[in-house]
Design a binder for this molecule. Structure first.
Ligand SMILES: CC(C)(COP(=O)(O)OP(=O)(O)OC[C@H]1O[C@@H](n2cnc3c(N)ncnc32)[C@H](O)[C@@H]1OP(=O)(O)O)[C@@H](O)C(=O)NCCC(=O)NCCS
Length: 181
């Protein structure tokens, strides 16, 4: 029964149960604690039935995220010589994760250029979850968190960004290493 409650109904239900008239002196703290845990669990369950986008949390997301990267052809951030550095980068960058039905299925990692611009460096969606708009939503949620900054993406797949109607502005060039004599 409880899992079919909407959030607003759930909150009403919890506040009714928390009204002082429902407590006897002996068991009030215990009931209060139980109800809160119950409400939290139901809230999580409601969220998990749909897509959830949020900021990266090392303790919740790191293991699954690194597994997803490892499984992706051509992505070497999970290689032994890079993984520790990349894990630190995930924490110090603007990193968002996408969950669908409790499965971590995508992420983006971006850099804030001192409040001027945001540059998206990495965007990845798990193969079985592609074509569902997760990539697009991961990008859009950056504007929700940083509404006053322009956001640019460093593209490895121009076809995708053209497909989702992004404007092409300039290009990236690699600065050569050879020193001028
Ligand atoms: C590129 C990527 C992030 C897109 O994520 P996604 O969640 O599948 O994208 P969306 O669902 O928002 O958009 C899907 C649309 O883009 C198209 N699309 C996806 N990848 C594309 C590509 N490489 N070239 C052209 N179009 C592409 C899909 O065909 C789909 O079109 P449709 O709506 O007409 O069916 C995902 O394919 C991926 O992780 N690829 C491997 C990693 C990668 O290349 N990352 C980008 C690095 S800059």
């Amino acid at each position: 029964m409880a899992f079919s409650l909407k959030r607003s109904e759930l909150l009403r239900f919890v506040s009714t149960k928390l009204s002082p008239s429902n407590f006897s002196c002996n068991n009030a703290p215990h009931n209060l604690y139980q109800l809160r845990v119950h409400a939290h669990r139901i809230d999580q369950s409601i969220k998990s039935k749909k897509m959830l986008l949020r900021k990266y949390d090392k303790f919740c997301d790191e293991i699954e995220l690194m597994k997803m990267i490892q499984a992706e052809d051509g992505w070497d951030y999970a290689d032994e010589n890079m993984s520790d550095k990349y894990k630190r980068a995930l924490e110090s960058s603007i990193t968002h994760v996408a969950y669908q039905d409790d499965v971590l299925c995508g992420y983006s990692r971006s850099l804030d250029d001192c409040g001027f611009y945001i540059y998206v460096c990495d965007l990845l969606v798990k193969p079985g979850y592609r074509g569902m708009g997760i990539g697009r939503k991961l990008m859009e949620c950056l504007y929700k968190d940083y509404p006053n900054q322009d956001i640019y993406v460093m593209s490895d797949v121009d076809g995708y960004y053209e497909k989702v109607d992004y404007n092409r502005i300039g290009s990236i060039y690699e600065v050569p290493r050879n020193v001028q004599k």
